[in-house]
Design a protein around this ligand. Structure first.
Ligand code: MN
Length: 228
């Protein structure tokens, strides 16, 4: 066993539905503008341009059910997304082989400091300050693919204080999950523990302290997250 010069950071590990063992996280990739109606609401042409990705940090994933309103913003948006967890990886994975690498799925939120992201976009700068802040990705328990089957269609939605704000169907993704895995594997080496947030349907908007977000998708248990 090596000795470390400083206290070792904890392994980020997420709960698995119906199990006592945890899923350890290696990396987090997020796809942008992957539902046509959301691309349009953000002012972009939804034609099939190449996909683009940004990253969050593994310890931005937060299964606590609470979302602390982050600093330096007055416009925090919800983006409900299905997260895909990988049990294996590699490079240059064929689309036809991609689904064999999926461990399971979880409901998640790509919380976004939209004002900061917008300022960065305008200056052509990277998005981390708008996207990869502390606890920016609330996440529900992981449902193994052995339980859910492959999730390529099914309703996905988000309510705030009981009112529907986002509604879509996973079959509306511009880039399908196997295509995302294949594409990412051409540019990065994917591996067990990697997580991919698969994009958000239309209806993104702001939340306030005290709001309760309820997120749901077919075959995944719905979860509630309170804005603190
Ligand atoms: Mn997103």
């Amino acid at each position: 066993m090596p000795e470390y010069a400083i206290e070792t950071p904890p392994v980020v590990a997420l709960p698995i539905n119906g199990s006592d063992v945890l899923f350890p996280v290696r990396r987090v990739y997020c796809i942008g503008r992957n539902y046509a109606a959301h691309a349009i609401e953000m002012g972009h042409d939804p034609d099939r341009e190449p996909p683009f990705f940004f990253q969050k940090n593994p310890n931005n994933l937060d299964p606590s059910g609470e979302f602390p309103y982050p600093p330096h913003t007055s416009d925090v948006h919800h983006e409900v997304e299905v997260a895909v967890m990988l049990k294996s990886g590699g490079t240059n994975i064929a689309v036809a082989d991609a689904e064999s690498h999926i461990f399971g799925y979880a409901l998640s939120l790509d919380m976004t400091r939209r004002d900061l992201q917008g300022a960065q976009k305008k200056m052509g700068r990277p998005w981390e300050i708008g996207k990869a802040f502390e606890r920016s990705a609330p996440v529900g328990p992981i449902h193994p693919v052995t339980e859910t089957g492959l999730l390529n269609e099914g309703a996905i939605s988000l309510k705030v204080n009981g009112e529907v704000r986002q509604e879509g169907n996973m079959n509306q993704m511009i880039w399908k999950v196997p295509e995302m895995i294949s594409y990412l594997s051409e540019y990065f080496e994917l591996a067990a523990g990697d997580v991919i947030l698969s994009g958000t349907p239309a209806g993104v908007g702001p939340i306030e302290r005290g709001d309760v977000m309820e997120i749901a998708a077919d075959r995944l248990n719905k979860i509630s997250i309170t804005v603190e």
